[in-house]
Write a protein that binds this ligand. Structure first.
Ligand code: NDP
Ligand code: HSE
Length: 437
C-alpha cells in the first residue's frame, strides 16, 4: 500500500514517526506493508530534526505526487482551503483513497470532496478533523447509524477550553489567560481562529452533517467566540454553581410549521458543575451525544497535538488501506435527510442576565414587564445589594435573572430593551445557559 503524504509539520511528522515505529504491526493489521511514496512540503530544505525518513522522498510538487500511478492513499495534513481542495478532488476523482485532518476544508466544502469520492470510488476519511485523537466521527458515521441522534454538545477547541479553565481557576481576565495559553504553547501566535470560534464552528458543521445526515457548512453555523467573556461573567457563573465553556451545539428541532430542522451554533455558555462537560479542563476536548435509543454518550480525550492527531490519521489509513485490499469502499456520505438549518434567532436557548438597577418600588415589576412583552418566561430572580462602585449608596441593587427556554431572538430583544430602561444602570453580563433543567 503506497501512501502520498501531503504536509510534514506538527501532525505530518508524527505520522511519519508512527509509520516508521509501527510498520510491522501496521502491515499485519492491513495485510500488506505500508510505504511512503513521497512527502510534499513547502520548504524542501527545512530542518526536520531526526525524522526517520529518506530525504529523497520530499517534493514540492504535491499534484505530481498525487498523480503517480504507484500512489494508493493520499494523506493530507497541510490545512487551509486552497490548494488542498484542488489536490484532494484530483486524488479522489482518480480513485485514490483520501485521509485528511483538514476541518476548515471539510466545513467549507465537504460536499465537493464527497462528490469526488463517489465519482472515483475511493474512500474519504477524516477522523482527525474533529477532536483530534478522540474516536468520534467513526461512531457517528457507523456505530450510531441504527439510532436517531437528537443533540450533540461539545467542547471541541482545546485552546479556548484552556483559557476558560484558567479564568475559572484563577479569576484572571481573558487577556491574562490568553497570555498564559500563548506562553505554554496552547494558543497560536495568531489565536483568532480559536478565540473567535472559527475552529469550533468548522468542527460543529462536520459533527452536524454526520449526526443529522445533512450537509451543514461553516456558513450555516452561528458563531460567537470567547473574547467578550469577562472575569465578572466567570464569577457570576460560579455564584450560580456553573462554569463557562465554549460549546458547539447541534440539535434537532422543529420550525413554526412543525417541519424538522437542525440548529448549529458555537458560543460561550454557562453549564452546571454537575454536567459531564463541566469537568473537562485544560486543553482537553469532550463531546456529549444524545440519541433516542442509546441515550447519553460521552467522548473525551486530547483534541490536538502532533501524536494524538496522528493516531487518528493512522487509524484512518489502516481502514482505507484494508478497504482497498479487499476491493471495497466504506459507506458513502449520508446526506439523505437534507434538513433545513434554522437561523440562530429561532434556536431555543436560556439566558442568565445580570443587571445593576435602581433600588426603588416598581423596578422589579418594570424589569419583569420587559420579559413578559417578549414572551420570555423568568425561571429565577435573585436580588442582592449593589456590587463594587455602587456600594454604600444604598440606591442600587444587583438583579440576576435566569430565564426559561425561549427563542434566542426574543431573549436578545429583551436584553436590548432592558439596556434602554433608565432604571437599568448597566447590563453587567449576559450569558446563555445550557444543560440545566
Ligand atoms: P503545520 O503548519 O505544522 O504543517 C503544515 C505542513 O504543510 C508543513 O509541512 C508545510 O511544509 C506543508 N505545506 C504548507 N503549504 C504547503 C504547500 N503549498 N505545498 C506543500 N506543502 C505545504 O500544520 P499542522 O500539522 O498543525 O496541521 C495540519 C492539518 O491538521 C491542518 O488541517 C490542521 O487543521 C489539522 N489539525 C491539526 C491539529 C494540531 O494539533 N496541529 C489537530 C487537528 C487537526 P513545510 O514543512 O515545508 O513548512
Ligand atoms: N487549535 C485547535 C484547538 C487545534 O485549540 O483545539 C485542534 O483543531
Amino acid at each position: 500500500m503506497r501512501l502520498a503524504l501531503l504536509g510534514c509539520g506538527t501532525v505530518g511528522s508524527e505520522v511519519v514517526r508512527l509509520l516508521h515505529e509501527q510498520s510491522a504491526d501496521l502491515a499485519a493489521r492491513i495485510g500488506a506493508p505500508l510505504e511512503i511514496a513521497g512527502i510534499a512540503v513547502r520548504r524542501i530544505g527545512r530542518d526536520r530534526g531526526d525524522l526517520p525518513v529518506d530525504p529523497a522522498l520530499f517534493t514540492t510538487d504535491p499534484l505530481g505526487l498525487i498523480k503517480r500511478d504507484d500512489v494508493d492513499v493520499v494523506v493530507e495534513v497541510v490545512g487551509g482551503i486552497e490548494p488542498a481542495r484542488g489536490w484532494l478532488v484530483e486524488a479522489l476523482r482518480a480513485g485514490k483513497s483520501v485521509v485528511t485532518a483538514n476541518k476548515a476544508l471539510l466545513a467549507e466544502d465537504g460536499g465537493s470532496l464527497h462528490d469526488a469520492a463517489a465519482e472515483g470510488g475511493g474512500d474519504l476519511y477524516y477522523e482527525a478533523a474533529v477532536a483530534g485523537a478522540i474516536p468520534l466521527l467513526r461512531p457517528l458515521r457507523e456505530s450510531l447509524h441504527g439510532d436517531r441522534i437528537t443533540r450533540v454538545t461539545g467542547i471541541v477547541n482545546g485552546t479556548t477550553n484552556f483559557i476558560l479553565s484558567a479564568m475559572d481557576a484563577t479569576g484572571a481576565g481573558f487577556a491574562e489567560a490568553l497570555e498564559e495559553a500563548t506562553e505554554l504553547g496552547y494558543a497560536e501566535a495568531d489565536p483568532t481562529a480559536d478565540v473567535e470560534g472559527f475552529d469550533a464552528a468548522a468542527k460543529a458543521a462536520i459533527l452536524a452533517s454526520l449526526a443529522f445526515h445533512t450537509r451543514v457548512s461553516a456558513a450555516d453555523v452561528h458563531r460567537e467566540g470567547i473574547t467578550e467573556v469577562t472575569a465578572a461573567d466567570v464569577a457570576s457563573a460560579k455564584a450560580m454553581g456553573c462554569t463557562i465553556k465554549l460549546l458547539c451545539i447541534a440539535a434537532r428541532g422543529a420550525d413554526a410549521a412543525g417541519r424538522e430542522t437542525v440548529s448549529v451554533r458555537v458560543h460561550p455558555a454557562m453549564i452546571p458543575l454537575t454536567h459531564p462537560l463541566a469537568s473537562v479542563g485544560d486543553a482537553f476536548n469532550a463531546v456529549f451525544v444524545e440519541a433516542e435509543a442509546a441515550g447519553q454518550l460521552m467522548f473525551y480525550g486530547r483534541g490536538a497535538g502532533g501524536a494524538p492527531t496522528a493516531s487518528a490519521v493512522l487509524g484512518d489509513v489502516v481502514a482505507v488501506s484494508r478497504n482497498r485490499l479487499a476491493g471495497v469502499r466504506a459507506a458513502s456520505e449520508s446526506a439523505y435527510a437534507d434538513l433545513p438549518v434554522r437561523p440562530m434567532g429561532e434556536a431555543l436557548t436560556r439566558y442568565h442576565i445580570s443587571l445593576d438597577v435602581t433600588d426603588r418600588p416598581g423596578v422589579l415589576a418594570a424589569v419583569a414587564g420587559v420579559f413578559a412583552r417578549h414572551d420570555v418566561s423568568i425561571a429565577t430572580v435573585r436580588q442582592g445589594p449593589a456590587g463594587e462602585g455602587a456600594a454604600g449608596r444604598g440606591e442600587d441593587a444587583d438583579l440576576v435573572i435566569v430565564t426559561h427556554v425561549a427563542p434566542d431572538a426574543a431573549l436578545a430583544a429583551t436584553v436590548r430593551e432592558l439596556r434602554g430602561l433608565d432604571i437599568v444602570r448597566s447590563v453587567a453580563s449576559v450569558l446563555r445557559v445550557e444543560g440545566g433543567a
